[in-house]
Design a protein around this ligand. Structure first.
Ligand SMILES: [Zn+2]
Length: 146
């Protein structure tokens, strides 16, 4: 179940899961604007809508995709190589950079040194490698490092 978070100015910002919402209440960064009738969770009414206590300037969250970054790829892929699932530590360009592949969410995956070497300047198909997941644009929530 997702909870809508409003800015202090009442504009919608994003949706978060219930646990995240409750943590925001515990930390007193948000207040309940609308709750499920008669339902409680962790001592709080189960919120449907929260509102931030302080205004945050988050214009960049509106409809914009998160900007590409190496760290973002690492977080999105949860530290795992996109080809073998082992711990990854380099950025692989699915369509090689040397052949025009760019730094985009859809064209980059985290890779381990071994797979990255094996792939070289080839496409996964040419190198006989298979992506374990389709690289995609992450949600903002995916990029919150823990
Ligand atoms: Zn690998």
């Amino acid at each position: 179940m997702n909870v809508l978070v409003l800015n202090a100015s009442y504009e919608p910002l994003q949706k978060v899961d219930l646990r995240h919402a409750i943590r925001m209440l515990v930390r007193e960064v948000a207040v309940v604007e609308e709750a499920e009738e008669g339902r409680m969770f962790g001592g709080f009414p189960v919120p449907r809508v929260l509102r931030l206590v302080r205004y945050v300037a988050m214009r960049w969250r509106h409809g914009r995709r998160p900007p590409w970054s190496k760290r973002g790829v690492y977080l999105r892929d949860r530290g795992r190589c996109g080809y073998c699932g082992q711990r990854g530590n380099t950025i692989d360009h699915v369509h090689p950079q040397s052949r025009g592949g760019g730094n985009t969410w859809e064209n980059t995956v985290l890779a381990c040194g071994r797979c990255n070497n094996r792939k070289g300047d080839r496409t996964p198909r040419e190198a006989g490698l298979r992506l374990r997941w389709e690289p995609r644009v992450p949600r903002w929530e995916d990029l919150v490092g823990t």
